[in-house]
Design a protein around this ligand. Structure first.
Ligand code: CO8
Length: 258
């Protein structure tokens, strides 16, 4: 029998759909999945023909966290010398936009993986949580930092200290997710948004996400200066000329990524 791939990567026009495929383990994130998302997607990230990534799991689980069975017996020395989880930063650093389409459980590393994406579109069945405290540890893939920046201290402390889950409606109120969508329409609506993003000039899209991300890391004055420099730089692209000419000529622009 064919060996099941733990990550399936498919192209649909300019959109790349990345499906976590360990359903029996609720898509627990092992090293193999981490390296597939960090290394294989890095090649596609540099491809001018790729305009957006969509990361999804199964109906039941986006991902139920880091693989507890893989971690359970590790020593401190192993965790430290391997710098366990460090490769996740390479996934987070991809410059092509990535949308997490979350259905079912996004727990622990699964919630953290979703937060590494630029937007989370949640099915109404989605459940988010950072239950690591129940395992005697804490979030280790950025959860204490990203969750706090995204939803604030009050909600982050509540989730991380109690280990409880929050549903899609609460996650939307908290500002963690961009949209809540009926489960059977999740992929349709996510792919439509991804396809829209993928029609735009890639330099402008990359600059936009880089500038928004900078807001989480810097003060207002520096952030605005950073934005303005990127804005100026886009006047060196053919896509800026095309986009503005098309508006004036009342036609649809055709962006080339140049
Ligand atoms: N790791 C490994 N295996 C898992 C995981 C996981 N995170 N989650 C589920 N599985 C496995 C189960 O062991 C089970 O395997 P088997 O069939 O061999 O017994 C199979 O998936 C199905 O699981 P369930 O029967 O439990 O399925 P349910 O649908 O009943 O429940 C849940 C789904 C609610 C998602 C449940 O499986 C669950 O609670 N999972 C664990 C969630 C969790 O604690 N996640 C946090 C993991 S730790 C983490 O992400 C970061 C740790 C940071 C450490 C820092 C180190 C540097």
């Amino acid at each position: 029998a064919a060996v099941e791939q733990p990550v399936i990567v498919e192209r649909q026009g300019r959109v790349v759909i990345v499906t976590l495929n360990r359903p029996a383990a609720r898509n627990a994130l092992n090293t193999e999945i981490m390296l597939a998302l960090a290394d294989d997607l890095a090649v596609l990230d540099r491809d001018p023909g790729v305009g957006c990534f969509v990361v999804r799991g199964s109906k039941k689980a986006f991902a139920a966290g880091a693989d507890i069975k893989e971690m359970a017996d590790k020593t401190f020395a192993e965790m430290y010398s391997e710098d366990f989880f460090a490769a996740w930063e390479r996934f987070a650093a991809l410059r092509t936009p990535k949308i997490a389409a979350v259905s079912g459980y996004a727990l622990g590393g699964g919630c953290e993986l979703a937060m590494m994406c630029d937007m989370i579109f949640a099915a109404d069945t989605a459940m988010f949580g950072q239950p690591e405290i129940k395992l005697g540890v804490i979030p280790g893939m950025g959860g204490t930092q990203r969750l706090t920046k995204l939803v604030g201290k009050a909600k982050a402390m509540d989730l991380i200290l109690t280990g409880r889950m929050m549903d899609a409606a609460e996650a939307e109120r908290a500002g963690l997710v961009s949209r809540v969508i009926a489960a059977d329409r999740l992929m349709e609506e996510t792919l439509a948004a991804a396809a829209t993003i993928a029609t735009y000039g890639k330099a402008a899209v990359m600059a936009a996400r880089e500038a928004v991300d900078r807001a989480l890391e810097t003060g207002l004055r520096d952030g605005i200066a950073f934005e303005r420099r990127l804005f100026h730089a886009l006047f060196a692209t053919a896509d800026q000329k095309e986009g503005m000419a098309a508006f004036i000529e009342k036609r649809t622009p055709t962006f080339t990524g140049k």
